[in-house]
Design a protein around this ligand. Structure first.
Ligand code: ATP
Length: 352
């Protein structure tokens, strides 16, 4: 069991700064998710913990040990890669058991532990197969099983579910969550999938261009985004971000006016509001903020996603599953005042 600490870590590839002045402490038993778009430095951060990449400056600690100069094999971390990295000539059983073999675990215990994790990831009938005889999802489960067959100080998982189909992915997500609860091993998990981040993490570090934009619990990140980037990145469908102006406490953009926008003036502002915080109202309702034509209606099953035409952009509204509006019909909506966010477009930071 261990904590992991980055103390002002920077990683450059030539002149390119992939990770900049990274400071974070991942607590013992914590499940920390590094979330961000492609190229933001997630994998590089993770590889530095594994020892597969050297920090250009700064210090990395696992517990009290500075590990910058410790060889990967002595760091006691287990990594699950996006690309499986299985041994092609070894059977499923031997791939899973490999970490036990190099630790010279006696044969009886070896067989028992491999069988146990194989059962956990539903591979018990495939133990004698070679990786090439498995589907992508099954290979990924072998990689996961190999990581959990022993208990390392830290798990590092780089998009371990990204190659699975949607159903298996949801299943494995639940399995990972359960495993984390049982194993209680400090985990750093890289993904660009915000649903995975929200469902698995104790805390999420949202990364953008090599820096942490925001670090917090999934709830904090969702309910209290500090920057435009975080606001737009978290949530599916994503938060509506409407450019406009704040003057005398009123946010105004083409076709939309919302009062209660704070005591400040912002010439270039962005109003952020999530689809579930916009409610279909009646045109007579005095609190109606907008009446606009419907651009599209999508029934998702549990609710209806309605897009309204607002100036040159679309406003996403999550409506009831029984919503019956048609394309081009005009509907009135009300924005939940206490659930809207205001950003300064210049600084991209939240002001209210
Ligand atoms: P993805 O989600 O696509 O895997 P990521 O957030 O994990 O992205 P990294 O793989 O950490 O991103 O890469 C961060 C940046 O560093 C990228 O711009 C990438 O091109 C660059 N980079 C990574 N490895 C190297 C390398 N060995 N040499 C030069 N540049 C690199």
């Amino acid at each position: 069991m261990a904590s992991v600490r980055f103390d002002n870590v920077t990683k450059k590839f030539g002149e390119f700064v992939a990770v900049a002045n990274f400071n974070i402490e991942i607590r013992d038993k914590e499940f920390l998710v590094l979330l961000g778009p492609s190229g933001c430095g997630k994998t590089t951060t993770m590889r530095m913990v594994a020892g597969l990449e050297e920090a250009t400056s700064g210090d990395i600690y696992i517990d009290a040990d500075r590990v910058n100069d410790v060889l990967p094999k002595y760091r006691d971390v287990a990594m699950v890669f996006q690309s499986y990295a299985l041994y092609p000539h070894l059977t499923v059983e031997d791939n899973i058991g490999y970490p036990l073999k190099i630790r010279k675990v006696p044969p009886e215990e070896y067989t028992r532990r491999v069988a146990e994790v194989a059962r956990r990831v539903e591979l018990e009938t495939m133990l004698k197969r070679l990786p090439k005889e498995l589907s992508g999802g099954q290979r990924q489960r072998v990689a996961l099983a190999r990581a959990i067959v022993r208990t390392p100080r830290v798990f590092l998982m780089d998009e371990p579910l990204s190659n699975l189909d949607a159903k298996l992915r949801t299943q494995m997500r639940a399995e990972l969550k359960h495993l984390q609860h049982e194993l209680q091993v400090t985990t750093i998990y890289v993904t660009h999938d915000q649903i995975e981040a929200m469902t698995l993490a104790h805390r999420v570090a949202v990364m953008n261009k090599g820096v942490i934009e925001q670090l917090g619990t999934p709830r904090e990140i969702y309910n209290d985004p500090r920057t435009l980037f975080v606001a737009g990145f978290i949530g599916s469908p994503s938060m509506n971000l409407i450019p406009g102006e704040v003057k005398d406490g009123v946010f105004a953009s083409a076709g939309l006016r919302v009062g209660g926008a704070g005591p400040f003036n912002i010439p270039r502002a962005v109003l952020g509001v999530r689809p579930e915080d916009i409610h279909v109202a009646s045109a007579e309702d005095p609190d109606t903020n907008l009446v606009a034509p419907i651009y599209s209606v999508e029934l998702t099953g549990e609710n209806t996603l309605v897009s309204l035409q607002l100036g040159g952009q679309l406003l996403a509204v999550r409506a009831d599953k029984n919503f019956s509006g048609q394309i081009d019909q005009r509907v009135a909506v009300r924005i939940a005042r206490d659930r809207m966010f205001l950003f300064d477009a210049e600084t991209e930071r939240r002001v209210d």
